[in-house]
Ligand binder design. Structure first.
Ligand code: PRP
Length: 172
């Protein structure tokens, strides 16, 4: 598979991540939030975003996997790693690379709400509303994108392409 074209350049990504960091900084400066990254796709977005949050905060990570026939999600999401932080009464921001069908984040946010945080918000780099199957929306969105298969900056196709510094569209 080859990259057909670049959807978001490294410069565009970095500029928007910086803006999102500023928005989160304004809202969470005094709240010592817990930022929860969703493994594995959020890895680059999470680390870059956190470098633009210059206030006290904590990091944690959660893992979720959905099982299907390989091309289509079954809609069944399973936890592969839980957070280690006690989230009771804490301000939680879930950081994720993409909100696609929404099944992953529906499951993850329901799971985390069960831990009784004081607040729980969702920050996604990419929102692809055309494919939504679950009733969920993000509080902070980097880019709303068309219904194309995107890779790079953490996003994979068959586990490859995560290390591209930009978001590209794969050749069909
Ligand atoms: C991808 C992505 C999101 C999820 C979004 O993860 O990182 O977590 O799919 O899709 P959805 O909105 O349709 O649920 P994936 O399951 O491929 O795992 P990964 O993060 O390890 O790549």
């Amino acid at each position: 598979m080859e990259i057909e074209r670049i959807l978001l350049t490294q410069e565009e990504l970095q500029a928007r991540v910086k803006e999102l960091g500023a928005v989160l900084s304004a809202e969470y400066a005094e709240k010592t939030p817990v930022f929860v990254g969703v493994l594995r796709g959020a890895v680059h977005f999470f680390t870059d975003l956190m470098l633009h949050f210059p206030h006290p905060c904590q990091y944690d990570f959660i893992g979720a996997a959905s099982y299907g026939d390989g091309t289509q999600s079954s809609g069944q999401v399973m936890l592969t790693k839980d957070v280690m932080t006690d989230l009771q009464g804490r301000h939680v921001v879930v950081v994720e690379d993409i909100l696609d069908t929404g099944l992953t984040l529906r499951f993850v946010t329901d799971w985390l709400k069960g831990k009784n945080p004081a607040s729980l918000k969702l920050c996604v780099l990419l929102d692809k509303p055309a494919r939504r199957r679950a009733d969920i929306s993000a509080d902070y969105i980097g880019f709303t994108i068309p219904n194309e298969f995107v890779v790079g900056y953490g996003l994979d196709y068959q586990e490859l392409y995560r290390n591209l510094p930009y978001i590209g569209i794969l050749k069909p």
